[in-house]
Design a protein around this ligand. Structure first.
Ligand SMILES: O=P(O)(O)OC[C@H]1O[C@H](OP(=O)(O)OP(=O)(O)O)[C@H](O)[C@@H]1O
Ligand code: HPA
Length: 133
């Protein structure tokens, strides 16, 4: 969803690729172990890369991803994120383009899931704690 919104605003030619990584599984806390579920098809060597992320929570996913993409020889790597939880940061991530800072609560909707549910909500909403506790 974030990608589709962004793509409509980009004027210069860009190529896009998708990577799926996961560290939350069916919980609301990062396991700290990032798993690649789908890797990129493109070669990043010498390319200027903009990572488009839906949410920065602990920052562990992006911290790991920055290292992973840098090791593939990207010329530069910047980050764009729709949401960030400043009070949840375990590592500081330098974000070039940010939508909103939000409170440290688990949110769903607009593509964000809890255990693969609620991605289809049209808005971003705070998940009531009784759903996961
Ligand atoms: O800053 P962090 O604490 O690492 O959290 C942010 C990451 O968590 C989510 O992915 P998740 O692991 O839940 O995978 P999913 O998109 O498949 O649900 C989200 O899409 C980010 O990639
Ligand atoms: O608040 C969140 N909601 C959905 N997925 C997430 N992944 C990290 N934090 C969140």
């Amino acid at each position: 969803m974030v990608m589709a919104d962004l793509a409509r605003e980009l004027r210069p030619h860009v190529s896009m690729d998708w990577m799926a990584v996961s560290s939350y599984g069916a919980g609301t806390q990062s396991s700290g172990v990032v798993k690649i579920l789908k890797d990129l098809d493109s070669d990043l060597s010498g390319r200027h890369v903009l990572i488009v992320e839906d949410i920065i929570d602990s920052g562990l996913t992006l911290s790991w991803l920055l290292g992973n993409l840098a090791s593939r020889g990207a010329a530069s790597i910047e980050i764009c994120a729709l949401l960030r939880k400043p009070d949840a940061a375990k590592v500081e991530i330098d974000v070039k383009y940010l939508g909103f800072d939000i409170p440290n609560q688990f949110v769903v909707g607009y593509g964000l899931d809890f255990a693969e549910r609620y991605r289809n909500l049209r808005d971003v909403a705070i998940l009531a704690p009784h759903v996961y506790s």
